[in-house]
Design a protein around this ligand. Structure first.
Ligand code: HEC
Ligand code: HEC
Ligand code: HEC
Ligand code: HEC
Ligand code: HEC
Length: 370
């Protein structure tokens, strides 16, 4: 059985090399999560927001798609400028493949963006496993009891390298997720990642939490690292536990302090399209809305990112930051607060002609009552 599986998967691997489909045979749970993630849907064909922005982008008219190295790195020909935007299998169904994330040898810091330095070796993947840290595992079969019992270590399809530090400290995410500057040198986007002595949590702790289900079907591990890593669907709600929200009333009950504390090592709601909001209600009626966003523009007016040259306003919640807000109260009034965000600021959604309701709704991260 094992031999058949092995031949079959090697054959599939041969037919469609460098495809995430190859991994599906042995890593079905992770494959399924990956399929639902934004990383498997980051091309203009599946991401309506990205598509809407691209259709207004001046580079579109020039026919120069310069977004591929992060949004469609799996299409090598597209990156090399040798092929076009087209709904082929790669761009449609695996713009960022398993290999794109598991073969990042190093990350070079760059002025405009960082660069992923990819390993040029087939079937050799980096991974993180604290118990095996430092090891390089090649497939081995060992028999005991005169060949009656056979056991295997490693993967029959690929080598595994547990020694790449970038997979332990979250840096493997930062070739694409760190920052982006445009031609005039203006930084349109930055996650503003910070180090802290007090938090050991890295990107994977929060965005790839251990979830029930084996990571490979040839072994029976209890859990695997979740690959849904997405803020689409309902998965984003899982992240709310990393934002503390609190209401405390003063002794006279004539005011309340609302506290928002970001536990993440990066700023929240940083993408220029996002709009975070804290809605404060008294007796069930919203009395105050606080916006968290980074407004960029030109000559003092908000503009599309490719025209921007300055930050007009920055009220994003920085890494580990605690923000407090005071509200006056009358005797007997009750306070409740809701923290959430729009993927696309409603004003921008209108300009971009984004009609899809699920992309326009206010997404609640957390709601609390006093
Ligand atoms: C090869 C580039 C690349 C790598 C490596 C990468 N990402 Fe992404 N990621 C993207 C792109 C591009 C998007 C946006 C896709 C879109 O919206 O169309 C994205 C989206 C996301 C989102 C959703 C953001 C949102 O606002 O919807 C999260 C969360 C995320 N990535 C986390 C991670 C984590 C954690 C890692 C490391 C384990 C990682 N990414 C590695 C390119 C990458
Ligand atoms: C250096 C890597 C990189 C490059 C190059 C890049 N992007 Fe992105 N882009 C990202 C990442 C990472 C995200 C997710 C960011 C987040 O949510 O904070 C993203 C998100 C987006 C989003 C929001 C998508 C959504 O669904 O919310 C749009 C729109 C977008 N990018 C447009 C572009 C365009 C247009 C280009 C090319 C002109 C481009 N990007 C080039 C990394 C990149
Ligand atoms: C023929 C089955 C098979 C195929 C196909 C396969 N793998 Fe694996 N993979 C395994 C096995 C078995 C292990 C566990 C090895 C061990 O624990 O010693 C593994 C382990 C891994 C690990 C490391 C897990 C850890 O312990 O941290 C990564 C990463 C990985 N595979 C990625 C991939 C990717 C990406 C693909 C597709 C290109 C793929 N695999 C295709 C069988 C397979
Ligand atoms: C302590 C937990 C935690 C850690 C560590 C963490 N994140 Fe996040 N991340 C969050 C929370 C909470 C959000 C907000 C959820 C939302 O927007 O739905 C978020 C949002 C994001 C977004 C969307 C940003 C946007 O524009 O709205 C991206 C992209 C992202 N994280 C990537 C990363 C990367 C890359 C790392 C590692 C450098 C990382 N995260 C580390 C908790 C964490
Ligand atoms: C956005 C980047 C990204 C993509 C895409 C991605 N992985 Fe991973 N994967 C990682 C990182 C980072 C880790 C280490 C996670 C950790 O430290 O918990 C990991 C861990 C794993 C592991 C070990 C799991 C465990 O439970 O320890 C396997 C196996 C794996 N990935 C297979 C795959 C396969 C198969 C695909 C495609 C279907 C894939 N990965 C796509 C970044 C990615």
């Amino acid at each position: 059985m094992f031999k058949i599986l092995l031949t079959l998967t090697t054959l599939i691997g041969f037919l469609i090399s460098a495809s995430s489909h190859t991994c599906k045979a042995c890593h079905p749970t992770i494959y399924k999560e990956y399929r639902s993630s934004i990383h498997a849907n980051s091309s203009i064909y599946n991401d309506k927001i990205f598509n809407a922005v691209w259709s207004k982008h001046p580079l579109k008219k020039e026919g120069k798609f310069k977004c591929a190295k992060c949004h469609t790195p799996n299409d090598k020909a597209l990156i090399a400028g040798k092929s076009k935007l087209q709904p082929n299998n790669i761009q449609k169904s695996e713009p960022i493949s398993c290999q794109n994330c598991h073969q990042i040898k190093d990350i070079h810091k760059g002025k405009f963006t960082n660069e992923n330095i990819y390993l040029k070796k087939d079937k050799y993947f980096y991974s993180a496993n604290p118990d095996k840290k430092g090891q390089k595992v090649v497939f081995k079969k060992t028999s005991s009891l005169f060949g009656l019992l056979e056991s295997t270590t490693g993967s029959p399809y690929h080598d595994i390298d547990y020694s790449n530090e970038n997979y332990y400290n979250g840096n493997s995410c930062l070739g694409c997720h760190s920052h982006k500057k445009i031609k005039n040198g203006f930084e349109v986007c930055s996650l503003e990642v910070k180090k802290s002595k007090h938090s050991k949590k890295t990107c994977t702790t929060c965005h790839m939490p251990k979830t029930l289900g084996s990571f490979v079907n040839l072994k029976n591990s209890k859990t695997h690292s979740n690959h849904a890593i997405t803020l689409r669907g309902d998965a984003y709600k899982e992240l709310a536990k990393y934002i503390d929200l609190n209401i405390s009333k003063n002794n006279n009950n004539n005011s309340a302090i609302i506290t928002v504390k970001n536990q993440a090592n990066h700023a929240l709601f940083v993408h220029p399209l996002r709009l975070g909001q804290l809605r404060i209600s008294i007796n069930g009626k919203v009395v105050k809305t606080i916006n968290f966003h980074r407004v960029i523009g030109k000559d003092g007016k908000p503009s599309m990112p490719w025209l921007a040259n300055s930050v007009l306003k920055d009220t994003t919640i920085k890494a580990f930051e605690r923000k407090t807000f005071k509200i006056a109260l009358k005797q007997g009034e009750k306070v409740d607060v809701t923290l959430g965000y729009y993927l696309v600021n409603p004003k921008a959604a209108k300009k971009l002609g984004i009609k899809d309701k699920t992309l326009r709704e206010f997404r609640v991260l957390k709601s609390i009552e006093e």
